[in-house]
Design a protein around this ligand. Structure first.
Ligand code: HEM
Length: 411
């Protein structure tokens, strides 16, 4: 029997694809392929629509009039982080805003994330990576999560933002818990209380840090956001606080997940390791394949701003649609042999960073860090072998392994 037609994971038939156990399924892809095959345009009993094909997902992200709120500016039920109460309604993170608010916020922080600004961090990233990997190469063993995937992005984002590195354990916990705000209306009252508690801690922490920094500006990202001015426009204190927390939340666990998942897929695929060792210049394309093959974010949502037709069915304006990025990235109509981890894949127009107006602002940073981390791990060894059968997953909303023990032979 075609494994893609096997029964889907029960959770894929439920109403909440943001449930943590979906991100933590050992292999969510057969279930997604089944949805792609039997119901690529799928109307759920809760009134929400789900789209599974690359062409449909990209059409919503880039072509159709759509946003993250309804046309009247309110948040819609079923949208990521939306419809769940006053806290989300007033959210001022850029990802919760449509133009023109979104345009203004993104412009004020985007300078720090251009490819040129990010390349300046590459030497420092390499230095941290080398330091982190030294003991592992000596021991011939590594827990990729604990020794590389977690400490590298957290140390780097601390240095970029100007947050004391010693505090990173604190905000690792707060961001892991706080990011569940994206589940919006699907949170139970206990889960919501935990999210609010974590966000309160983050807000208190950053309020102090911002006050301190106002007194003595440096060249870090926090100072540059305080200074940021476009045509006389500045971020308010509230906006500044929310963008700082949001950047940390959006950028930290996602990169941890990508480095971990990439290392896992390399460890399980000795052919891919050999190809990269034979041609180290493939590292950039290998990281694009890591993003396509198994990125840390499975889905996102949009609210249509006009009626739109899919397969002859009309989805009305102001309806929330769920977009499966994982399914789009494994779409057999779009990618040859989509279930093959092919480090030479070119072109590779995956949607792991979303697309359109909200295309991931941190994409260059995530790419650069992962190129350095996986490049050092695979190219610094002659073999990378998994010491795990199935993956143990962490508590993240995203797909982030908890541990990934591996053997490595230094070259
Ligand atoms: C592997 C790592 C990452 C992945 C897979 C990822 C994925 C995404 C996706 C899918 C979106 C779009 C969500 C939507 O349209 O609904 C997004 C937006 C965003 N990401 Fe990332 N991200 C990553 C790393 C980062 C990093 C390192 C940062 C910054 C430090 C960052 C900052 C942002 C921001 C600010 C947005 C919102 C942009 C906007 O609203 O205009 N991300 N990311």
């Amino acid at each position: 029997m075609d494994p893609h037609l096997a029964e889907p994971e029960p959770s894929w038939q439920g109403e909440d694809p943001t449930r943590p156990d979906v991100a933590q399924a050992e292999d969510p892809f057969p279930g997604l392929r089944r949805m792609w095959t039997i119901a690529p345009v799928n109307h759920t009993p809760a009134g929400l629509w789900r789209l599974y094909r690359h062409r449909d997902v990209i059409r919503v992200l880039r072509e159709l009039p759509a946003g993250v709120r309804r046309r009247d500016g309110t948040r819609a039920p079923g949208a990521m982080g939306g419809g769940g109460g006053a806290q989300e309604e007033g959210g001022t993170f850029m990802l919760q805003q449509d133009p023109p608010n979104h345009t203004r916020l993104r412009k004020l922080v985007s300078k720090a994330f251009t490819p040129r600004a990010i390349e300046r961090w590459r030497p420092r990233t390499r230095e941290i990576t080398t330091e982190l990997l030294e003991p592992a190469f000596e021991a011939g063993r590594i827990d990729v999560m604990e020794e590389l995937a977690l400490p590298l992005p957290s140390q780097l984002i601390c240095e970029m933002l100007g947050v004391p590195v010693a505090d990173r354990k604190l905000f690792t916990d707060w961001t892991t818990r706080g990011i569940h705000i994206l589940r919006g209306q699907f949170l139970s009252p206990e889960e919501r209380a935990d999210v609010v508690d974590a966000i309160d801690h983050l807000a208190g922490y950053f309020t102090e840090l911002i006050a301190e920094r106002r007194g003595s500006l440096t060249d870090d990202l926090l100072s540059s956001m305080i200074r940021a001015e476009e045509e006389g426009d500045r971020l308010t204190q509230e906006e500044l606080l929310v963008q700082s927390i949001g950047l940390l939340a959006a950028g930290f666990e996602t990169t941890v997940g990508l480095i971990g998942l990439g290392a896992k897929n390399f460890a399980r695929c000795p052919e891919a390791q050999a190809e990269l060792r034979g041609e180290p210049g493939l590292i950039a394309s290998a990281v694009e394949e890591c993003l396509r093959f198994e990125g840390p974010i499975g889905m996102t949502t949009r609210v249509l701003h006009a009626d739109a037709e899919f397969d002859g069915r009309v989805i009305p304006a102001d309806t929330t649609v769920w977009l499966s990025l994982w399914s789009a990235n494994r779409d057999p109509e779009f990618f040859d042999e989509p279930d093959r981890f092919d480090v030479r894949r070119d072109p590779n127009p995956h949607l792991a960073f979303g697309g359109g107006t909200h295309l991931c602002l941190g994409a260059h940073l995530a790419r650069m860090e992962t190129q350095e981390a996986l490049g050092a791990l695979v190219l610094g060894s002659t073999a990378l072998e998994p010491e795990f059968e199935t993956v143990e997953w962490g508590p993240s909303l995203f797909r982030v392994p908890a541990t990934l023990p591996m053997r490595l032979r230094p070259s």
